[in-house]
Each structure stands twice: as C-alpha cells, then as structure tokens.
Design a protein around this ligand. Sequence first.
Ligand SMILES: [Zn+2]
Ligand SMILES: [Zn+2]
Length: 322
Amino acid sequence: MTNKTFFYVSSLVIIPAFFVLFFIARVLGRVYAIDQWVPKWDTLLMLATMIIIERIYTYKSAVSQKSVLARDVIANVVNLYVTGAVTGMIVLPALVFLPEHLLGRRLVLASPDLLGPVWFQVPVLLLSISFVRYWIHRLQHTVPFLWELHAYHHRVTDLQATNTLVSHPIDFALRNVVVYLVLGIIGFNPLALLIAVPASGIPGTFSHCGGDVKGGLLNFLFVTPEVHRWHHSAKIPEGYGYSCNYGVEFSFWDIIFGTFYLPQRNGVAIQPERLGYPGGGLPDETNYLKLLLVPLGLYRPLSWFRDVARLGRRPEGQQPAE
Ligand SMILES: [Zn+2]
Ligand SMILES: [Zn+2]
C-alpha cells in the first residue's frame, strides 16, 4: 500500500473511531463524575485530539489561525465555562416556574416512563435535539438580529479545533445550551439522557476539525468537517440563499429540508475554495470585545468612555491651557 493510499484509507476511519471512543468516554465520565475533578474535561480532550489529527492529516488549504489565537482562547474559555452557567441561571428559573405559575403544574412529567422505554427515548432525544438545533441554526442565518450575533462564528477563515467554540455567547447559548435545559426538565428517563446527551455533542464538536479527514458515506448521516466546510464557504453555492448545511450533528435534516450541499468527484467530496464571511465582506476580527459588544450596540458607548478616559490623561509635557 502506498503512503497516499494509507493516508486516504486511514482518514476514513478517524470519524467513526472518534465518535465511538468519545461516546464511551463521555458516558463513563458522567457515570464516574469526572467533571467534578476537571470541569469540561471531555470537550478539552476532544479539542486536543482534534488538534493532533490536524497535525497528522494536514489539510491542503489550511489557513493559519495564529493571528486570532488570543481571541480564540478567550471565546473558548467564555463559552466553555461561563455561557452555560449564566444561561442556566437566567433560563432555568423561568423554565421551571413559569409553567407552574401559568398552568398550575411543573413541566416535568410525573413519571419518566410516560415517554416510553429507554430504547425508544434515546432516538427520540437525538432526533429532537438535532431537529431543534437545525432550525435554530437556520433562523440564526435568516433573522437579521440573530445573524448579527451568529456572523461572529462565520468570520473565521478556516475550520480548526481552536475555533470550534468561537461564537457570540448569546448565539452559542441559543444553539447549544437552551435545548438541553428544556429537555432536562421535560422528564426523560435519566438513562436515556445519559446516553443521548453525550452522543449528541460529539459530531458538532468534531465538525470543526481542520484535518483532512474523509467522511465517505458518513457525510450523508453526520455533519462531518467536509460537510461543515461548505457551511463556512465564503461563496454560498448558487440557489442556496443564506447558506447550506445548517445541521449541527446530523446532515439528514439538510437532505430532508433541501439545504444539503456536498459536490462530489469520483465519489470524493469536493471542498470550498475559501472559508470566511459569506460574500467575502468582512475579514476575521481579533478583538473579542468588539465581537461581543458590536451586535448588541454596546461597542460605541464603550469606545466613548475609552476616549473620555484617554482625554483625561494628557500627553506628557502638555500643559493645560489657562
Ligand atoms: Zn452558521
Ligand atoms: Zn462552524
């Protein structure tokens, strides 16, 4: 077997191996409450593994992300350790108390078994999570205010592990946190949640792996890096409106709703020429604060305060006019 064939064949194995190993690890991690010792250990380990894969299976059109590394690190820390906790604090009380107040009962069902046996609840959970996230993501491209927030994620010039979590915190919470909070209080069987929740988070994370890994037939089931690259293409494929491939974990929602795009040549997926802001309008932004505050209309007031503070500090040697 030549070197090239070996790399091609082995690159096909990466995705199923990653999915299976991390599914087992994440379930065991929950059983043994590893998060207690190293919070978010599973996401950190997934990102580290993706970085190693990027080093071995180098992508021919990779774009260095060194210039935005500080922004990436800040965005990762915020969305990994702050966004979920803050969203929970804001949304959970409303989710628990509003139905109780308005309907006179909690949203939580009396018995988890009302939703059917575990083997049935697992696919129901996976389909519900991915269906809701597909539509939230699609709305994030079509509703102007949501797009203002989501555009942040689309200014990256390449998919890499380091920018997996680069998103405005509100955009990130809407797509990645709220759905889990709602499902958590509906009253699914804890075992079904133990299986479905860790499983659902793996493809979405891996879809940002910048390595040259091939999806093969899995491209039509999961959102692989080959599929997600088209979602980040600077040039939107003709006839696809705002974007294509909105799915977060499963690509079949895109196939069902007519938004799937993955051209092939001899059975191998073709990849977009350039990634970046759709239409090529905006370059990537290194200033995290700008990305955080501009969509909320808060950056101008902040720079006004900064200008006032700067005016207060007169350049050295300059005397006040009398
Ligand atoms: Zn998007
Ligand atoms: Zn993305």
